[in-house]
Design a protein around this ligand. Structure first.
Ligand code: NCD
Length: 315
């Protein structure tokens, strides 16, 4: 694998390979010194044109735990402010000798564009509304670990909220479907994409109707920074119809798990304190983020010596 740009490009076998590799990385992370020499001499640069807390820090931590060198590109203090184009920025960094770009950008397709301008590997850390493949890997791994299953046949994933602007929803629909889950989307019609009829999902506008048959409840943030105009008439009404409150938690089957990619809007989609939820996986999603990104960087960059390197990460 040279790049990780979308779940569909990764495919079922690639998805399973990375999920299995993540398990090795979880073991590395449990060691007293969670660091291995697997990517010594490699350089990973993170190029974030959009804000991020979890994704950026977990990629940087992952690269360091594999002993790669890291470079952080801060848009606000770079020559982008002097009018330098994305292409010139990428070519300049490539000339310094980097092995991978981890890129987040507000425009769909940027990772594909960048991979034409550089010889380095490209990892998509979120492109517009389009894809966020490492978040989907995190979520699949977290569910596998929590439920003790390898595949999701017979399980229903219900994704609630701003599907239209969500790259997390798009990547998760592909990934969970590949592993056999049924996917239900719940959103007001204004927050559904126009082509949703062609997606492999069931659509509902009523959260209360689907809770009882949900195994994995996935809440999304209203991504107002990606909205051209108000897609919801008022936040209180949205919270009433689509927010997770105690009454809705009570309607979930007792085994159901609750997830959220963060950042969370408390009082909008999350009306309960998530720490009081019996089966919340929200903390596990964050902690698995590092191991997943270690697996991705290892898979892309360990190269020829990959088999030998794997010994180093396998206790
Ligand atoms: C998501 C993103 O940036 O797409 N966050 C994340 O990576 N954990 C979801 C969001 O912004 O709501």
């Amino acid at each position: 694998m040279k790049h990780l740009r979308s779940i569909d490009e990764l495919g079922h076998d690639g998805l399973v390979r990375l999920l299995n590799l993540t398990q090795h990385m979880v073991e590395v992370n449990r060691r007293p010194i969670p660091k291995v020499p697997a990517l010594r001499g490699r350089t990973v640069v993170s190029l974030f044109f959009e804000d991020s807390t979890r994704t950026r820090l977990s990629f940087e931590t992952a690269a360091k735990r594999l002993s790669a060198d890291t470079m952080t590109f801060s848009v606000s203090t770079s020559s982008v402010n002097k009018g330098e184009s994305l292409r010139d920025t990428v070519e300049t960094i490539t000339d310094m000798g980097v092995d991978a770009f981890v890129i987040r950008h507000k425009s769909t397709g940027t990772p594909w564009q960048i991979s034409e301008w550089t010889t380095a590997s490209v990892v998509n850390a979120g492109d517009g509304w389009h894809q966020h493949p490492t978040q989907a890997l995190v979520d699949c791994f977290t569910v596998r670990e929590a439920l003790g299953v390898e595949r999701f046949d017979g399980l229903t994933l219900t994704i609630v909220g701003d599907i239209k602007h969500s790259r997390v929803a798009r990547s998760n629909i592909s990934a969970f479907s590949m592993l056999g889950a049924k996917v239900v989307l719940v959103a007001p019609p204004t927050l559904l994409p126009p082509d949703v009829a062609h997606w492999p999902v069931e659509v509902s506008n009523r959260l209360d109707d689907v809770l009882a048959r949900t195994d994995i409840l996935y809440m999304l943030r209203l991504q107002s920074e990606r909205m051209a105009q108000g897609h919801v008439p008022n936040l209180r009404e949205y919270a009433e119809l689509f927010g997770l409150d105690a009454k809705r938690v009570a309607k979930l089957p007792t085994r159901a798990v609750v997830m959220h990619p963060g950042p969370m809007n408390r009082g909008v989609e999350m009306l309960v304190d998530p720490s009081t939820l019996p089966n919340s996986l929200i903390h596990q999603q964050v902690s698995n983020g590092v191991a997943v990104r270690m697996a991705v960087l290892f898979d892309l960059l360990a190269g020829e010596s990959s088999a030998a390197n794997l010994q180093q990460v396998t206790p």
